[in-house]
Design a protein. Structure first.
Lengths: 308, 328
């Protein structure tokens, strides 16, 4: 078990390193921070001075090595824009994002999974058809369209909810809805197909042929076996708790990580972008690790120590 | 002598099959008017090609697949409605063994947990004695005690099927329906499992319906054999009789298709063609398009299943009212 853990953690670190390297190279190839920060009409000496101050005049690989060194000592750099610690900037924004993504995740779980399971157990019924239709509607509409649609209906036509900002809890309702609708659709679809597949298995038919009552068949045999594919999707959703709100935060002017990312990318604020990507990658990697552990618990075939 | 453990009369099961996306649904009679009687402790073999309706029939006999017409009586009592408490309680008395043991076991539970499950469902053995009973069952089917905590994927195919059989026997059933129980196993394991089933059946006096397309296996285990073709029984007789002197041309083709060591392959009746589509049943005798001896009456009139001699029935126009097979 320890070995399993160590291998996984090592693999996670390699993933994060790959993300960092990729971001580092692409950011430096795709635009010049000096030009963006200082504007188009500054004298060449100012540009050179800026580059020298931030170490941008060094060869790429030297910059890369000193960046890695800094990271290993816990130094994530300083924002070029306001000279504050990049890490601190990012950490300050995380709560705002989680205020949206955690309720959205809970909505997805609480509505999506039961809807899908119910539909699977009442296949071909009116409810089943309704769930499929609503699910397709939910996940085919992109979140920026969904967000604008909700603003149109609830803010402009009905005048019930604010269309942007972070002042009261009412401000959170539309962004949370926008983020959860697609996920509810995806989870409902996945839970439904996972349950339908499991319900068709001989061990389910055997369980009822043994005289087990229906509720026990569903709770004891069907749901735990259907959980594996569902856990995969949920793990992905948990992993994107931090990164999943980029578009929605922009639509609703919500001051979270997503907004910070958009602003920092357009400013070429290297340290901040790199720091955000590191946090996002770490979140994804950690949730993947948890999913792997859940698999072992859900499906004995995937337990590494039980291989005979 | 006690009455039959299971009596089925004129069972019918139809499926709707749609041809193409906009095709009109057409009914397929998977089981088309079958009557059977099974005595306590007896083994009835059911043979036939795939698609002949044997598996559907097996599930209907257990009351898992409801019959659309006809009646089933278990131990003299009419089969309760599917899903009712009476129906569930009756499950303890009748059990099913599937072809694929890996699929029939829940991969998340150890085999001892799964063998214990029927005991818990029906409240048969108090909790403190349950482990003992599971150990007994495991040793009865030839599993070692140290395999109790194994998961299905940690066992071989034969061991899994033993676990499935132990689970089926846990509630001391009076009737066991085995649907191709050894077809998924290696030939060397097949004989072991079949012999074990036969021993357990004799010890516990269980009636058994043994569904298989493998005539060698059926001959080995069955007292009586019913041959199915397209949802109907075309011949039924004791195992020895049917294998020695098959009457129906279809049975004869099946029997002669079994290779016998030391005998040349020449002179065997080899069936031509595929079994017809059940959705498009041939007129008259359903077997006539493949029958080497079909005459005009076979094409127009379906032969009824009639008694040929005591304890022997066949459905063929060409079989005379004597026990002698028609001349080929």
């Amino acid at each position: 078990m320890l070995r399993f853990f160590l291998i996984r953690i090592l693999r996670a670190l390699v993933t994060i390193l790959a993300v960092l390297t990729f971001a580092f190279v692409v950011l430096r190839m795709s635009g010049d921070p000096a030009q963006v920060m200082l504007g188009p009409d500054v004298p060449q000496e100012s540009v050179d001075a800026f580059r020298h101050a931030w170490g941008l005049d060094q060869p790429l690989w030297i910059q890369y090595i000193s960046y890695l060194k800094a990271i290993f000592t816990g130094d994530f750099g300083v924002s070029m824009r306001d000279k504050a610690s990049a890490l601190q900037l990012v950490i300050d924004r995380i709560p705002a994002t989680l205020e949206l993504t955690i309720p959205a995740l809970l909505l997805k779980l609480v509505i999506g999974i039961p809807a899908g399971v119910y539909a699977a157990l009442h296949r071909q019924s009116a409810v089943d058809r309704g769930v499929i239709l609503a699910a397709i509607f939910g996940f085919t509409i992109p979140s920026f369209v969904m967000g604008l649609l909700l603003v149109l209906i609830f803010s402009i036509i009905l005048g019930l909810l604010p269309s942007g900002g972070q002042d009261t809890w009412q401000h959170a309702i539309l962004p949370i809805l926008t983020m959860s609708i697609g996920g509810i659709g995806i989870l409902a679809r996945f839970s439904r197909s996972a349950m339908i597949e499991v319900m068709g298995q001989p061990y389910i038919r055997t369980a009822s042929a043994k005289g087990m009552n229906w509720a026990d068949v569903v709770w004891r045999h069907a749901l735990p076996n259907a959980a594996v594919p569902i856990v995969t999707i949920v793990g992905f959703m948990v992993g994107s708790l931090i990164a999943g709100a980029v578009v929605v935060e922009s639509i609703f002017s919500w001051p979270g990580i997503g907004r910070l990312l958009v602003v920092s990318v357009s400013n070429r604020d290297l340290a901040v972008v790199q720091c955000i990507l590191l946090v996002i990658a770490a979140a994804m990697v950690v949730s993947n690790l948890i999913v792997d552990l859940m698999y072992g618990w859900l499906d004995p075939r995937l337990r590494s120590h039980s291989a005979h | 002598m006690a009455g039959p453990i299971l009596q089925a009369k004129d069972l019918v099961r139809t499926y709707e099959v749609r041809q193409g996306m906009f095709g009109r649904p057409s009914p397929v009679r998977a089981v088309d008017g079958i009557s059977l009687t099974i005595m306590p402790g007896e083994t009835l073999g059911i043979v036939g090609e795939s698609g002949s309706g044997k598996s559907t029939l097996g599930r209907m006999l257990l009351g898992i697949d409801p019959a659309q017409a006809g009646e089933i009586a278990f131990d003299g009592q009419a089969m309760p409605k599917l899903g009712t408490p009476q129906w569930r309680a009756l499950r303890a008395k009748m059990q099913l063994v599937y072809q694929d043991p890996l699929a029939a076991l829940d991969r998340r539970l150890t085999i001892s947990a799964q063998i214990a499950e029927p005991l818990a469902i029906h409240g048969l053995v108090p909790l403190e004695h349950r482990q003992t009973r599971v150990a007994e069952l495991m040793s009865a089917v030839g599993l070692r005690p140290d395999q109790a905590d194994r998961y299905p994927h940690e066992l071989s195919g034969g061991q899994r099927q033993r676990a499935v059989i132990a689970r089926a026997l846990a509630s001391r059933p009076k009737l066991l329906v085995c649907d191709e129980p050894v077809s998924a196993l290696d030939v060397s394991i097949q004989a072991q499992v079949v012999n074990m089933l036969r021993d357990l059946q004799e010890e516990n006096h269980i009636a058994m319906v043994f569904i298989s397309h493998d005539l060698k296996v059926v001959r080995n285990i069955a007292d009586r054999v019913a041959v199915m073709y397209l949802g109907r029984i075309v011949e039924e007789a004791s195992s020895d009789v049917i294998f020695q002197s098959p009457l129906h041309p279809y049975t004869r083709a099946l029997v002669s298709s079994v290779p016998v060591p030391g005998r040349p392959l020449k002179g065997r009746t080899i069936l031509q063609g595929e079994p017809p589509n059940p959705a498009n049943r041939p007129s008259g005798c359903a077997f006539h398009p493949r029958c080497p001896m079909a005459t005009d009456i076979c094409r127009t009139t379906a032969p009824p299943l009639r008694a040929i001699s005591a304890d022997r029935t066949a459905a063929c126009h060409l079989v005379a009212d004597s026990a002698e097979p028609v001349a080929a």
